[in-house]
Ligand binder design. Structure first.
Ligand code: RIB
Ligand code: CA
Length: 329
């Protein structure tokens, strides 16, 4: 099978790092470039973390720095409602970050490209047909689509981690990526190309445990040990902000959200419940701000070509991760 040529837009972050590793090591993927946006951390941190992962992997993939703020969300005073911050201070004063400011890798000696990520996306998609994988707030993607909507003609498929149909994590109705830039998420969802979305419904249906992290580490290579440690650390952080509600480390679990977008490109069968639906992102600024809304009225004409994943095959995902890290994929 021909390699799928992709550009990966990230806000690195723990699970973004997992996605980068899978894209870089899979024989079925050609990772052409990585573009960075604000999100899990401020832009300088997401760029720095991305460079750290690229350097650890020893790959020759250019990294571009993009937008540091959402398109419009911060302009309206009071609009940012009670989002789940990326850190929590719980009853005994413990501050815990969902994503560490710096991934536990050496400071990078490589640098990001001079060109802005949005300009890179526009220039590249004007010339080439590629798959675009967006696993952070959609600001870079939306700005590129606004600069030149015709680039969608060359987006072979837009694979997105974002939203939650029946679940949320940033507010009572929105998932983090879509909530951080609702306008950009809706602009992205209106792109005139095939769009496949992995919302929280799918990513939280395939939770990983500390034991899964140890099984991945057992592959024994540096990327495998780093990937496995990310899983273990993520499990502990999820517990620290009381997302798993247990004191037994063997019960700690985490969703490796972003990695699923890459693994789906390698084996679409990991998505065990994929439905074509019309989908929208609310940007009204109210209680549903940033919410992913799907139209379930069967008699309505479908808008665009959008697929929403509701379930994923955890065992197949884990096996694929170990195959790729072992070089057996
Ligand atoms: O809600 C999960 C998403 O938000 C993931 O992409 C994670 O990296 C954060 O960006
Ligand atoms: Ca992300």
């Amino acid at each position: 099978m021909d390699k799928r040529k992709i550009i990966l837009d990230v806000d690195t972050g723990t699970d973004d790092a997992m996605a980068i590793i899978m894209a870089a090591l899979s024989p079925d993927i050609e990772l052409k470039a990585i573009t960075c946006t604000h999100g899990n951390l401020p832009l300088p941190n997401t760029v720095d973390n991305t460079l750290r992962v690229v350097e650890m992997l020893g790959i020759d993939v250019p990294v571009y720095s993009g937008c540091a703020e959402p398109m419009a969300q911060w302009l309206r005073p009071g609009r940012v409602m009670n989002p789940r911050r990326q850190h929590q201070v719980d009853s005994d004063g413990r501050v815990s970050m969902i994503h560490e400011e710096h991934l536990p890798l050496p400071e990078p000696t490589i640098r990001a490209e001079e060109k802005h990520a949005v300009s890179f996306l526009v220039d590249t998609f004007r010339k080439e047909k590629l798959t675009l994988v967006a696993v952070g707030p959609a600001t870079n993607v939306a700005m590129a689509l606004r600069m030149d909507p015709s680039i969608a003609d060359n987006i072979e498929e837009l694979v997105v981690m974002g939203g939650g149909v029946h679940c949320s994590n940033a507010t009572q109705s929105a998932e983090f990526n879509f909530y951080l830039d609702p306008e950009a998420a809706e602009i992205m969802m209106r792109a005139n190309c095939k769009i496949t979305v992995f919302p929280l419904d799918a990513t939280t249906s395939a939770l990983f445990s500390i034991k899964d992290g140890e099984d991945i580490k057992a592959v024994g290579t540096e990327p495998a040990e780093f990937f496995g440690d990310l899983v273990i650390d993520f499990c502990r952080r999820m517990e620290a902000i009381r997302l798993s509600n247990t004191d037994d480390p063997n019960q700690f679990e985490c969703a490796i959200h972003d990695a699923l977008c890459i693994l789906y490109l390698i084996d679409p069968k990991i998505a065990t419940d994929l439905r074509r639906q019309s989908a929208f992102v609310d940007f009204s600024g109210g209680y549903a701000d940033g919410a992913l809304l799907v139209d379930t009225r069967s008699y309505m004409e479908l808008m665009g070509e959008t697929y929403i994943a509701y379930k994923a095959d955890k065992q197949r995902i884990k096996d694929l991760i170990i195959e790729i890290l072992s070089g057996n994929a």
